[in-house]
Design a protein around this ligand. Structure first.
Ligand code: SF4
Length: 108
């Protein structure tokens, strides 16, 4: 099973919930589309299944820098999306884990 598949599969929230102290809905992760390379570290570490790595929709590719477009093509447009952003507890694990420093937390 690949790292992405493992990350996308159901995991026990209890194991890392102690590190997440905020109520859900106060903060959301924001992904820098010019930096994300779809490596899925965020998928793996998030205890609340906020992320998936999938093909970035075409409408979200507008406004990318030249380097961002090159990186997107090089990685088959695989990037992290946040379909479950409202579940974020602002623990910061994804921010620390992202090898591209592509994730920040912002007030919802
Ligand atoms: S800060 Fe990141 S790892 Fe923590 S709950 Fe929010 S999205 Fe998940």
């Amino acid at each position: 099973m690949s790292r992405r598949e493992r990350g996308n599969s159901h995991r026990a929230v209890e194991s890392t919930a102690i590190e997440c102290k905020q109520e859900p809905g106060l903060f959301v992760p924001v992904i820098d589309r010019n930096r994300c390379e779809g490596k899925a570290d965020c998928v793996e570490v998030c205890p609340y299944e906020v992320f998936v790595v999938t093909t970035l929709p075409v409408e979200q590719r507008t406004g990318l820098s030249f380097l961002g477009r090159l990186k997107g093509r090089a990685h088959g447009w695989q990037q992290a999306l946040t379909p479950n952003a409202e579940a974020c507890h602002a623990c910061g694990l994804c921010v620390k884990a992202c090898p591209e420093s592509a994730i920040t937390l912002a007030r919802a």
